[in-house]
Write a protein that binds this ligand. Structure first.
Ligand SMILES: NC(=O)c1ccc[n+]([C@@H]2O[C@H](COP(=O)([O-])OP(=O)(O)OC[C@H]3O[C@@H](n4cnc5c(N)ncnc54)[C@H](OP(=O)(O)O)[C@@H]3O)[C@@H](O)[C@H]2O)c1
Length: 285
C-alpha cells in the first residue's frame, strides 16, 4: 500500500452522509474529510450543513451540501439522483440520520410511530433502492447503516425507536444476502450511548421536542472516538460493528441470557448502566 493510500484511505472516494449536521454524522464528516474523502452532506437544516462544510479540513469544493427531509419519502428518489450527480459517483452511503422518541408506547400517537419509521427506516430504504442500480453498475458500493442497541433488544420508553432500528436489521441483513455477489458491502453499526444531543433532539409521544440532554449522555462515549471506530469498521469492511462504552456488554448479556437482560431492562436500564459505570470506573458504591 502506498504512503498516500495509507494516510488518505478515502482519497478519490465519495461518501454521502445523512445527518451530517450534528453529532455522529458531523464527527464522521470531519474525520472522513481528513482522510481524503469527497463528501455529500445531508440533513434538513441547510445552515447547519453549510457550517459543517466550512469547517471541513479539505479544500472548498471537496464537499457538497444537499438538504433533504427523510420524512418526505416522495422526494427521496430525486434527492438520490441529485446526490449521485454531485460527483457522478458515490462509493459509500452512510445512512446515519435518525430521530429518537422518548415516551411510553401507550402514550405515543400513531403519527409519531409513523414519523419514526419514515425517518429511521423507510427513508434509508427508499434511498438505498435508488442507489443500488448505480452501485451494481459501477461494481461496488458500501452501505453503512446506523442502528442502535435498541435495534437488538427493546427498551422501555423507546418502543417506536426500537421498532424502527429492528426493522433496519431485517431489511439490510436480507439485502446483504441478495447483493453480496454484486460487490455491495453492508456494514451495520450498533452504537451504545454516544455523547451527542440525540436525547435533546428526541420527540415525546405527542411530538414535542424533549429539548434537554439526558444526564447519562453527558458522560457518554466521546463522539470523535465513535467516528474513528465507525471509520475503522468501514475500512475493514465489517458486517457489524459495536461502538460505545460499558453499556455494550448488554449485547453480550443478550446473547448469553436474554432472560436476564429482559429483567435488567425492566428495572430502569439507563440508571442501572450509569450505576454500573460509576462502580467500575470510579469505584463508587
Ligand atoms: N448518540 C447515541 O447515543 C446513539 C446511539 C445509538 C444510535 N444512534 C444513532 O446514530 C445516528 C445519529 O445520531 P446522533 O446521536 O448523531 O443524533 P443527532 O445529533 O440528533 O443527529 C441527528 C442527525 O439526523 C438529522 N435528521 C433528523 N431528522 C431528519 C430528517 N427528517 N431528515 C433528514 N435528516 C434528519 C439531523 O439534522 P436536521 O435536524 O438538520 O435534519 C442530525 O444531523 C441516529 O441514527 C441515531 O439513532 C445514536
Amino acid at each position: 500500500m502506498s504512503d498516500q493510500h495509507h494516510n488518505l484511505p478515502f482519497l478519490n472516494k465519495v461518501v454521502w452522509i445523512t445527518g451530517a449536521s450534528s453529532g455522529i454524522g458531523e464527527a464522521l464528516a470531519y474525520r472522513l474529510s481528513q482522510l481524503g474523502a469527497s463528501l455529500i452532506l445531508s440533513a434538513r437544516n441547510e445552515d447547519d450543513l453549510n457550517q459543517v462544510n466550512k469547517q471541513l479540513p479539505r479544500e472548498p469544493g471537496s464537499a457538497k451540501v444537499l438538504p433533504l427531509d427523510l420524512e418526505d419519502l416522495q422526494q427521496l428518489p430525486d434527492k438520490t439522483d441529485l446526490a449521485w450527480s454531485c460527483f457522478n459517483k458515490i462509493d459509500c452511503f452512510i445512512s446515519n440520520a435518525g430521530l429518537a422518541v422518548r415516551d411510553y408506547a401507550l402514550n405515543t400517537e400513531l403519527r409519531i410511530d409513523q414519523k419514526l419509521m419514515n425517518i429511521n427506516y423507510f427513508g434509508p430504504t427508499v434511498i438505498t433502492k435508488r442507489l443500488l442500480p448505480h452501485f451494481i453498475e459501477q461494481g461496488h458500493g458500501h452501505i453503512v447503516v446506523m442502528s442502535s442497541l435498541s435495534g437488538k433488544y427493546g427498551v422501555p420508553r423507546l418502543a417506536a425507536y426500537a421498532a424502527s432500528k429492528h426493522a433496519l436489521h431485517g431489511f439490510f441483513e436480507s439485502l446483504r444476502s441478495e447483493t453480496v455477489d454484486q460487490g455491495i458491502l453492508i456494514t451495520m453499526i450498533i452504537p451504545g450511548m454516544i455523547k451527542t444531543a440525540i436525547t435533546a433532539h428526541a420527540v415525546t409521544g405527542t411530538g414535542s421536542i424533549v429539548g434537554r440532554i439526558d444526564k447519562t449522555f453527558e458522560t457518554a462515549y466521546p463522539v470523535e472516538k465513535a467516528a474513528q471506530k465507525i471509520i475503522s469498521a468501514i475500512l475493514k469492511e465489517k458486517e457489524e460493528a459495536i461502538v460505545g462504552g460499558m453499556e455494550v456488554i448488554t449485547l453480550w448479556l443478550n446473547r448469553i441470557s436474554p432472560w436476564l437482560l429482559r429483567r435488567v431492562i425492566r428495572n430502569h436500564p439507563i440508571k442501572w448502566m450509569r450505576q454500573l459505570k460509576e462502580r467500575f470506573l470510579f469505584g463508587k458504591k
